[in-house]
Design a protein around this ligand. Structure first.
Ligand code: DGT
Ligand code: CA
Ligand code: CA
Ligand code: ZN
Length: 574
């Protein structure tokens, strides 16, 4: 779906307008459209095809035209105009943590900063700290942000790369003579960030396919175009480029190529060693005994011939799959998920009502959904005062009665405060069916230890899930410095689940911590933290991440039936 790319294009327009001091009303309207698109469960191209764009919230005739332009050409005039009128390096400053559009505008206007080097110079000279609205702490934050960006590699989050890859794979499928297309590499393994996208296709005439591929929509540069391999870059909405490799392979080695190019490299090394021990040879063309091919057309056959189970791509990391091959039998899958335990509504910072969220969850085939809006201290997220929360509880119960064959659970996402206490009194928590507790403030150290806060929260009999346990935002915010061994141990002992937050910006816990939690005997909950109806369907990123931690279905609480879930919740209170 092109929705994600389009969302970012609209966000980018709003950011750039903000830099040039554009009209507030216009900026807000672009942001509103971005939010609508982000929350959309349906492919925007389908809506456009039916001429229904203007039925979307905040989308008028002008916006509909811009969306259509993007669908046709991959860009929007407003965006290209804005970009051509700003110094080329200026919008990049927006990706520095701590530099919002207002600050970018200020450094440009007041200090003539036009790119990252300029910014570093005015930080070093002390000019920036003198500027109104900056000061020592904010300059330090910006300097840290620059270091963070420069040390974090140029990898692309899965949630950004995936839609781009899916779209290109679709285009390759349409090229004449192409029989089959498959994604490979880290993307197929569901890694949280992607270095480059690897696509394979089956076709006879390699050069013709490669030639057409290099002309695909959105291609910025052609890095290579050979007989069987082409490499291009695709421009992302933040102007970074994502490399995409296409390899053309014949039918008889398609499976071997898919296996080889799915990786990981470490996993492949182990496989090749097993082949060598049998005096065989394994490469991207097949598995061979001398000149005799043993397998090649079919990926599964390679594993079979080597006496291994078919390892799903997510576990192919040589992080224990060879030592524990039976893990593949019970691995959690998307169909196992019976409900979502973390979701927001318009009561706090979501964009859908209780009713809309419930209907959307039911439509996904779920048995239950917990509504977990923010508590009072999360002021920027419109957290609910005690009084509003009391009323909200009534509203959730009332909405639950109206929807048949589905359970709406009363919940909240309660802040874990600096001293480890919870942001609501027990009298409120007790009224909830389920409580998610999360750290939202003071994450970057300070005096309060995130480990101590998390452990304290788990002691409450009402806290069932620790939300996004490390607080990281991919490429934007480091994880809190948390003693994971202590947290997973306490989770297991207290009967508290650790969240696998499925939002691709978070993926928190991440794969290796998921494994660590399971080894310690802790339970997990795969939740979307949805702020819109569309957000609920991003659960697959969480499931993928859990599979990468080799999580069995039985370790995920929200694969349980409602009755069993209620038993588990009751056990902690007892
Ligand atoms: P990335 O792109 O950094 O996110 O990670 P991958 O895993 O997609 O790596 P990439 O694109 O360099 O190569 C795709 C796959 O091809 C990789 O997972 C395994 C296979 N491969 C590439 N180079 C080698 C190699 O030198 N030895 C072996 N055994 N496999 C390789
Ligand atoms: Ca790759
Ligand atoms: Ca590659
Ligand atoms: Zn949340």
């Amino acid at each position: 779906m092109v929705n994600a790319e389009l969302t970012r294009a609209f966000e980018r327009i709003a950011d750039l307008l903000e830099i040039i001091g554009g009209d507030r009303f216009r900026i807000n309207s672009y942001r509103r459209v971005a939010r609508t698109l982000d929350g959309l469960a349906e492919d925007i191209a389908d809506l456009a095809a039916r001429g229904e764009l203007t039925t979307l919230q905040g989308v008028g005739k002008g916006t509909a035209e811009r969306i259509e332009q993007f669908l046709k050409t991959g860009t929007i005039d407003v965006l290209t105009d804005l970009e051509s009128n700003l110094p080329p390096g200026l919008p990049d400053l927006l990706s520095i943590p701590g530099m919002g559009p207002k600050k970018v505008a200020a450094v440009h206007r007041e200090l003539g900063v036009g790119n990252l080097d300029d910014l570093k110079r005015v930080i070093a000279s002390g000019e920036l700290a003198q500027l109104a609205g900056f000061g020592e702490t904010s300059v330090k934050k910006i300097a840290d942000g620059i270091t963070f960006l420069e040390t974090s590699s140029e990898r692309t989050p899965l949630g950004i790369a995936r839609p781009v890859a899916d779209r290109l794979a679709d285009e390759v499928k349409k090229i004449k003579g192409v029989k089959r297309v498959a994604l490979a590499g880290s993307l197929r393994r569901g890694a949280e960030t992607i270095g480059d996208v690897d696509i394979l296709c089956e076709a006879k005439d390699g050069p013709a396919v490669i030639e057409t591929f290099t002309q695909a929509k959105g291609v910025k540069r052609v890095l290579a175009a050979g007989e069987t391999k082409g490499s291009v870059t695709i421009e992302l909405p933040d102007r970074r480029e994502l490399q995409v490799d296409l390899r053309v392979v014949p039918a008889e080695s398609f499976g071997a190529a898919l296996q080889y190019f799915t990786g990981s490299k470490q996993h492949n090394v182990r496989l090749r060693e097993m082949a060598v021990r049998k005096k065989w040879r394994l490469n991207e063309y097949g598995l061979f005994d001398g000149d005799k091919p043993l397998a090649g057309a079919n990926e599964g056959e390679i594993y079979e011939r080597l006496g291994l189970p078919f390892f799903p791509p997510e576990v192919r990391e040589d992080r224990g799959e060879f030592e524990d091959p039976s893990c593949v039998e019970s691995l959690v899958c998307l169909d196992d998920i019976r409900g979502d335990l973390h979701a927001h509504t318009t009561a706090s910072d979501g964009i859908a009502t209780i009713r809309e969220m419930a209907e959307a969850a039911k439509a996904l085939g779920y048995e239950y959904l917990a509504i977990t809006d923010h508590s009072k201290s999360s002021a920027i997220a419109n957290g609910l005062s005690i009084q509003r929360m009391e009323q909200h509880i009534e509203e959730i119960r009332a909405a639950g009665k109206k929807i048949k064959g589905f359970a709406l659970l009363v919940g909240c996402e309660v802040d874990i405060l600096a001293d480890g206490s919870l942001d609501y009194p027990d009298s409120i928590l007790k009224e909830c069916d389920l409580v998610v507790a999360s750290v939202h403030s003071g994450m970057q150290g300070g005096k309060s230890s995130p480990t101590r806060r998390t452990l304290a929260a788990m002691e409450s009999p009402y806290v069932n899930v620790i939300g996004h346990p490390t607080g990281r935002l991919l490429g934007q915010r480091r994880p809190m410095e948390i003693d994971m061994a202590a947290v997973v141990k306490a989770a297991a002992e207290s009967g508290t689940a650790l969240e696998v937050n499925a939002s691709w910006q978070r993926l928190d816990l991440k794969d290796v911590h998921i494994r660590q939690a399971i080894d310690a005997g802790a339970m997990l909950a795969i939740c979307t933290d949805a702020h819109s109806t569309g957000g609920l369907s991003t659960v697959h990123y969480g499931v993928t991440t859990a599979r990468r931690g080799r999580a069995a279905q039985s370790t995920i609480v929200n694969t349980r039936s409602l009755q069993d879930l209620r038993k588990w919740l009751a056990a902690k209170r007892a």
